[in-house]
Design a protein around this ligand. Sequence first.
Ligand code: COS
Length: 384
Amino acid sequence: MIRDAETLEAFLAQITRFVDETLIPREDEVAESDRVPPEVIGAMRQLGLFGMSIPEAYGGLGLTMEEEVLAAFALGRTSPAFRSLIGTNNGIGSQGIVIDGTPAQKERWLPRLATGEVVGSFALTEPDSGSDAASLKTSARRTPDGWVLNGTKRYITNAPHAGLFTVFARSDAAKKGAAGVSAFLVPAGTPGLRLGKPDRKMGQRGAHTCDVIFDECHVPDDALLGGRECEGFRTAMKVLDRGRLHISAVCVGVATRLIDEALRYAMDREQFGQPIAEFQLVQAMLADSRTEALAGRSMVLETARRKDGGANVATDAACCKLFCSEMVGRVADRAVQIHGGAGYMQDYAVERFYRDVRLFRIYEGTSQIQQLVIARNMIREAKG
Ligand code: COS
């Protein structure tokens, strides 16, 4: 439900201009230096990009899901490292508070997350708990005035920059699996919280992850998200439903960029006396990519609209994440193929994107977890 078409159009045009004029020209620099320049972060803050999904009452733009995916299509046209920086504040790093936070927690954190003054991070994964998120071992022990956290979180996006961590920990050891998990809001700098070394990743240079280690880390009572014990796992799942739709939209945006790169190259590059775009086998790759990107775009928009209408889209968000992340992998592969030897060289953007997009099939739930969620929900619905 787009509330104001004219304002939205102006906002999207602004993002597109920013992507074309500021972000795309600096992609190589970011990949080489492994760092997004501070002035670019400043410009992102100015545009309100950190607070797209945070309600207006707390200083965000309060975009609907449909508006947010349209913005993500536009932002996806550049290096995912830029999007990653604002990704957690719009998604997994803020939505737990938006969905389940107490009024005081919202007041305290959302305005600063919306401006980007604070970067939010989502600490769920652990060394021994990835896809099986409910098996997490980080513990939360009750004290007279709060909780003490112990454990290690792994591959935590934006942890090196984060001012706030939403941490999932087992607060009731007697309850097995998901039932014993609570969520805590832990500010960076809390004694007992420290960061591991930055991870050395395959791609998405400029976006950073690392371990977050809790060693007798004491937090007060009001750090418990929503003030409710043992609700953490459900919160995590709700946050991921929304996040999966956003990531799907980013995949569509990246696919659009890759298709542009492949088409431009195919029209310029001549072999056998003509541009390779004239060859039907190259045309087939271009056409398949365009078709799949359109399918992805359509399913993301449709699901976002249904979510805005109040529907439960857990299954369809998983369908979108499954299809769009796999789709952009195929599109990136074809883009490299169309570039031939050049596609294997770092001088061409497709080489970098090929590595960058690999992560989409893994984080916020692997493709196999999406399949599991979809099929389980189908069976559940059929049973009534
Ligand atoms: N919305 C709200 N609640 C949900 C939910 C959703 N989308 N999905 C599950 N829940 C609830 C369930 O209803 C259940 O609550 P009740 O016991 O009150 O019924 C609880 O959460 C546990 O759910 P479930 O039994 O399905 O948990 P499982 O351990 O069997 O598995 C999967 C859940 C595998 C789906 C989950 O662990 C998962 O998503 N894993 C991937 C994690 C992930 O994406 N990691 C990426 C890192 S974060 S970037």
